[in-house]
Write a protein that binds this ligand. Structure first.
Ligand SMILES: Cc1cc2nc3c(=O)[nH]c(=O)nc-3n(C[C@H](O)[C@H](O)[C@H](O)COP(=O)(O)OP(=O)(O)OC[C@H]3O[C@@H](n4cnc5c(N)ncnc54)[C@H](O)[C@@H]3O)c2cc1C
Length: 447
């Protein structure tokens, strides 16, 4: 009897599901290969469109794909990975639905556990900020915006109204800029159409960037252009500045300025989960797994790592590949190829090398900025390219259809302002309790 080879994939994000798809194809006719995948959510999240959930442009279910629908010959475990023992070839998982712990053994391991938000030890920021990483985060931001609009519409205290209508995003990479572009449009359009008691001059949108220009991934020229677009759309772009503290109703910047503000969104950095950063192998200073050009750990050739949790050096620049979905997808092809070689002896080991053909980001409605094959592109054309490319890359036809339908609906109708409030995080009572009712007349005033 030939021995069964067990492949275990950790993480159902861009890296994990693309390795899964490739190896299912490669091992279609190999009955002695058993594939398993573990992830804490039962769906794959298409993050490039997550900011559009925060602005209510698309629905959460448009960009979440059940992992089971991608499992043609793989077993799926919805569980949290609690520990990885590289010596014993064992992974301990805690099942999401009942908290039971179980161990999975493997012959080949693929680590694609992504990253989490880095607050750089700013405890108050961690306590008060919204983040944009998961579907729940995006829904919470959307709810917060509607909650702020409703609150501002019903207060006559102008200073308080301004505080409620101030939204600050810290971090000017893809996630921060796209989120700012989306919420800026949602707030301004909603005020124009539905909230006559809020004046335009009460709205303040701030984007805080630690570098001289935003979107450093696109280079200084496009980064500066993107900043100009956002300023024209009413965003106050604050460069060369960091946020260092926050409270219920303010954000403190390192230039001494304190922004009165009820909504802070933190998109300023990533860190690596301790389950990965504590593994006994080589790490970068940020805890990423250092892999060689075959994307294997140097100490354990049966273990691959890719995506945001891996540090992979670009041989032509000597710099690490940035943590992007695009890089994770390309790395998954190399991992699948090398795994196939190691198990079957067919094909040969391939080194990972990838030069990006382009990068792009949206800045709001009908505006994007892109660099494709070295050509710089801005405005509606870039926006059209962005939409076509990202719609095409979204796995599953039914989800593409759903997103396209949401986009068309948005061109025809005004945004939905329903406040469900299920994941509400902030209560205004903490910052604005005024006991000013001294006569029956006061009950007719707003507060
Ligand atoms: C808002 C936003 C917008 C973005 N926009 C773009 C863009 O436009 N273009 C671009 O190229 N990139 C973009 N990115 C970056 C991109 O999402 C990441 O680079 C990419 O997701 C990395 O892929 P990955 O497989 O390494 O990690 P992920 O896709 O994050 O997947 C990690 C998986 O591991 C699971 N997991 C983690 N820890 C555990 C655990 N302990 N137990 C069980 N499961 C676990 C997670 O649930 C997840 O399924 C964006 C990111 C965000 C947050």
């Amino acid at each position: 009897m030939p021995q069964i080879k067990k492949i275990l994939i950790l993480g159902g994000g861009f890296g994990g599901i693309n390795v899964l798809k490739s190896i299912q194809n490669k091992f279609k006719n190999e009955p002695n290969v058993r594939i398993s995948i573990v992830s804490k959510d039962n769906y794959f999240l298409y993050t490039p469109m997550l900011p559009q959930v925060s602005s209510g442009l698309i629905h959460p279910s448009d960009i979440t794909i059940p992992i089971r629908k991608l499992c043609k010959q793989a077993e799926f475990y919805q569980a949290t990975i609690s520990s990885i023992d590289l010596e014993q070839k064992l992974v301990t998982i805690t099942r999401t639905f009942d908290g039971k712990v179980r161990a999975l053994d493997y012959d080949y391991l693929i680590i694609a556990l992504g990253s989490s938000t880095n607050f750089f030890d700013y405890k108050n920021i961690e306590k008060h900020a919204f983040v944009i990483k998961t579907v729940e985060d995006a829904i919470a931001i959307h709810d917060q915006i509607i909650h702020m609009l409703e609150s501002a519409a019903q207060t006559s205290d102008v200073d308080f109204k301004k505080k409620i209508m101030t939204f600050t995003v810290v971090g000017a990479g893809f996630a921060g800029v796209e989120t700012m572009g989306e919420i800026n449009y949602l707030v301004r359009e909603s005020v124009k159409n539905f909230y006559p008691s809020i004046e335009k001059k009460n709205i303040s949108m701030n984007l805080v960037a630690s570098e001289e220009f935003i979107l450093p991934e696109l280079g200084p020229k496009l980064g500066k252009d993107a900043g100009k677009y956002l300023r024209k759309a009413g965003v106050n772009v604050i460069t060369n500045t960091k946020a260092v503290d926050a409270g219920e109703d303010f954000v403190q910047l390192d230039n001494g300025k304190k922004i009165p503000c009820m909504t802070l969104i933190w998109a300023a950095g990533i860190t690596i989960d301790p389950v990965v950063s504590s593994l006994k192998c080589k790490h970068s200073t940020s805890g990423k797994l250092i892999v060689g050009m075959y994307l294997r750990l140097t100490e354990y050739e049966n273990v691959f790592a890719l995506g945001d949790c891996a540090l992979i050096t670009n041989p032509s620049t000597g710099q690490a590949y940035p943590p992007t979905a695009q890089n994770s997808i390309h790395q998954s092809t190399t991992v699948a190829n090398n795994l196939f070689f190691m198990i079957t002896g067919k094909s040969k080991l391939k080194e990972f090398s990838f030069e990006s053909k382009g990068m792009m980001t949206t800045l709001g409605r009908r505006v994007a900025i892109a660099v494709v094959y070295g050509l710089h592109c801005r405005g509606s054309l870039a926006w059209l390219i962005w939409r076509t490319y990202y719609l095409y890359r979204l796995p599953m036809l039914e989800k593409r259809f759903q997103v396209a339908t949401s986009w068309i609906a948005d061109l025809l109708f005004k945004r939905d302002l329903t406040f469900v409030g299920k994941i509400k995080k902030k209560s205004l009572t903490k910052v604005h309790i005024k006991s000013n009712i001294s006569s029956i007349k006061d009950l007719f005033k707003d507060f």
